[in-house]
Design a protein around this ligand. Structure first.
Ligand code: ADP
Ligand code: ZN
Ligand code: ZN
Length: 710
């Protein structure tokens, strides 16, 4: 009798092993290969999985094995991509199947429709041919147009890519508008001269992609490019992914999920705004797309460029220490100076309106007199103003003036935010930004019946109202996730700014990044202090990066010698390090100050962290679960020198949608030691769980490596 063909298949389940199936060559029509996407019977139904091993024997009885039902009409995923998945699975303590399968677009996971795929691909190809519009040359800066500094950066980059088959991580650090994008696009165009090379360009967020997408297309009119992010339709994603996987697409532009796309001919990677928190996946397998991209570049021996005006401390230290190459751009490409930073001390009465001031608004002003005067002047100079406030909604909480009632969410340990009429619904509502609960505004205090309910604090909507009141003849636009969802898409809102249809923009961090506005003369920041003091040790680093970014929106087009606009920051603590380094545009000073603080405190990147998350209906149970785990680690001698296991604590937002959340921080001086203890924890917890829910107490748990929110 001939030997049977046995394949091992992984599926999207938190199970550490794969399952053996028989492969019927005659029925399936092709021999099995590692990386094939297949449909297999599973329990009483069927699942889509991936072949990870092919052999002729099984540890189980061959007669009892079930047979693979179908193979997807796709080439096997390339071995390098599987190595990446294997690494991610190990490093992030996540089963291989639940690491791989979620990265496959839905289109390739619906086995019922596999038959129809080839037709769909042909149709998409036809449609594309018809819709190829004229390419513009928006933002195209050719090699010859680069300034000296850019040229020398490009020459260095070329040197790394021409060596062939060598890993190199490079930090390209340059202030906003210094022409980093122009440099790396010219570099990629060189890499792409080979007709098979693929390049991966990672960007932080979807709202940044359209403008960059046009710019990239302008550089490579001849090349096939695909865009991968969560904002496209499942079908578009399925096709784009297919083109990436088969090597047809040479340029893959995408958000963090693109970091895991199989790319058989990958030749260079660029991570734009490498410090950005959105590279971190926050559910499922909690990976860092940047870190995985670096591992990937190392594995396939190619150069990877990390670009930023405010590099992450991790990357900056690596460049300083010579582990990464370090290239800097120190001028602004279009010659304008960096914006002038003004710190407005809100405690100083001279900055506030006093009775009799000219232009004093009727209502109490939510912004200082100093900032208001600057906005008026900026308008007279025919420039746009940008007001940043990191809180959407009208007011963060509604309160009763007669008793102590506050608009607390009944399901979460947070307050419900008031949204005015027209923002989320026809009427004003209270909305919880954690669980999504929306409620009508009570007409009377639910506690004492008092009809005089007041708002506390301010969000984008309230500022928008106030600003409209103060400058009735200026056109005000609000940009936040509410306005981009309820009216036009974000891109349309940005377009209005570009076209000069608005004078004052009020928005959240959505407006702070990437966009290359040409006529912003003033940036005002209203709520910086809220994030200065936070239990999260990375808060200051993030605030600094955001302020540098938003400052970079000002005065982009000011030509040589002209001032590059102004940024005004309202704060009660102008002496804080974040603001003082910003005042001097001293990114390196801030980073080295932060590095010193972290080193003294033994915090990352001078140590490595992991979180064990626990969720339950009862906080006690969640905490108890983590305490038991800690006890187990102690009694088994797993807490060795260099490893610190803290006490379990409730999370900052402890209760969300009725679920209580707690966490345990584990810290080590060594990556390897942390890995070992996490593997031990995973084994221990799994033994007593169904999936990731403990059998005894029904506590849901998850291990997170390198968390960025503590
Ligand atoms: P960064 O990525 O550092 O923010 P960009 O590459 O986006 O910088 O450049 C900022 C602006 O300057 C863009 O409008 C870009 O078109 C322009 N620019 C870049 N390089 C040059 C150059 N050499 N000459 C003129 N304009 C340039
Ligand atoms: Zn009351
Ligand atoms: Zn809630």
């Amino acid at each position: 009798m001939p030997l049977p063909t046995v394949v091992q298949v992984v599926v999207d389940k938190p199970l550490s092993q794969g399952f053996d199936y028989l492969w019927d060559l005659e029925k399936l029509g092709l021999p099995p290969e590692i990386g094939h996407i297949v449909e297999v019977p599973f329990g009483r139904s069927s699942l889509v999985g991936m072949v990870i091993k092919v052999s002729t024997h099984s540890d189980f009885e061959i007669d009892k094995l079930k047979t693979v039902t179908q193979v997807a009409p796709l080439v096997p995923i390339d071995p390098a991509a599987l190595r990446l998945m294997n690494f991610a699975s190990q490093y992030y303590i996540h089963a291989l199947g639940e690491t791989i399968i979620p990265t496959i677009p839905q289109m390739w996971k619906k086995a019922l429709d596999w038959e129809k795929i080839p037709k769909k691909l042909v149709a998409a190809e036809e449609k594309k041919k018809k819709t190829i519009s004229e390419l513009n040359s928006e933002g195209l800066i050719g090699e010859d147009d680069l300034n000296e500094e850019q040229k020398s950066a490009l020459a260095k980059l070329r040197n790394y890519s021409s060596k062939g088959k060598e890993f190199k991580a490079i930090l390209l650090q340059g202030q906003t508008g210094s022409g980093k994008t122009a440099v790396f696009l010219n570099w990629l165009s060189e890499v792409l001269k080979s007709s098979t090379s693929q390049v991966l360009l990672l960007v932080p967020e979807i709202n940044l992609t359209p403008q960059l997408e046009r710019r990239v297309r302008a550089y490579f009119p001849e090349k096939k490019m695909v865009v991968l992010h969560s904002g496209i339709t499942e079908k578009e994603r399925g096709i784009a992914w297919y083109e990436a996987v088969t090597g047809k697409a040479q340029i893959v532009l995408g958000t963090r999920l693109a970091a895991l796309a199989p790319l058989p001919n990958l030749s260079a990677i660029v991570v734009d705004e490498e410090h950005d928190a959105s590279y971190k996946q926050q559910d499922g397998i909690r990976y860092s797309a940047r870190d995985l991209a670096i591992w990937r570049a190392h594995d396939v021996k190619i150069p990877i460029l990390l670009s930023s005006a405010t590099p992450s401390l991790e990357t900056w230290l690596a460049a300083k220490a010579g582990r990464y190459e370090y290239i800097r751009l120190d001028q602004r490409a279009q010659g304008a100076h960096l914006p002038k930073v003004h710190l407005i001390n809100t405690r100083d009465l001279r900055n506030q309106y006093s009775p009799g001031d000219s232009g004093k608004p009727k209502e109490k002003s939510p912004i200082t007199k100093t900032l208001a005067y600057a906005i008026s002047q900026n308008f007279r100079d025919k420039k746009q103003s940008l007001i940043l406030i990191n809180r959407r909604g009208y007011a963060p909480v509604l309160s009763c003036g007669a008793c102590t009632w506050l608009s607390k969410c009944q399901q979460c340990s947070s307050y419900m935010v008031m949204h005015r009429a027209g923002a989320l619904g026809k009427r004003p509502v209270l909305s919880c930004h954690h669980c999504g609960l929306v409620k009508a505004i009570p007409s009377h205090c639910p506690n004492c019946g008092n009809a005089d309910l007041k708002t506390l604090g301010q969000g984008t909507q309230k500022i928008e109202d106030a600003i409209e009141g103060m400058w009735p003849d200026q056109r005000v636009l609000r940009v936040d996730t509410d306005s981009s969802r309820s009216s036009k898409g974000a891109e349309e809102l940005f377009q209005e700014i570009h076209e000069g249809k608005v004078d004052i923009v009020v928005g959240t961090q959505m407006i702070a990044k990437g966009h290359d506005y040409q006529n912003i003369g003033l940036v005002g920041v209203l709520d910086a202090d809220g994030r200065l003091f936070s239990q999260d040790f990375r808060a200051a680093e993030r605030l600094f990066a955001q302020l540098v970014q938003v400052a970079g929106r000002a005065g982009r087009s000011g030509k040589d010698g002209q001032a590059g606009g102004d940024i005004y920051i309202e704060t009660q603590y102008p002496e804080s390090a974040v603001f003082q380094y910003l005042l001097r545009h001293d990114v390196d000073g801030f980073l080295s100050h932060t590095a010193k603080e972290r080193e003294e405190a033994g915090l990352p990147p001078f140590s490595y962290q992991a979180l064990i998350h626990a969720e339950s209906k009862s906080l006690d149970k969640a905490i108890q679960f983590l305490s038991t785990l800690k006890g187990h680690l102690k009694s088994n001698g797993l807490i060795k020198t260099g490893l610190r296991v803290y006490d379990p604590v409730p999370k900052a937002v402890m209760r969300v949608a009725g679920t209580e959340r707690a966490q345990l921080v584990i810290e080590s001086d060594s990556r390897k030691q942390l890995q070992e203890v996490l593997e031990a924890i995973d084994t221990e917890l799994r033994e007593n769980s169904q999936g990731r829910i403990s059998k005894e107490t029904r506590v849901r748990w998850l291990i997170e490596r390198d968390p960025i929110n503590i």
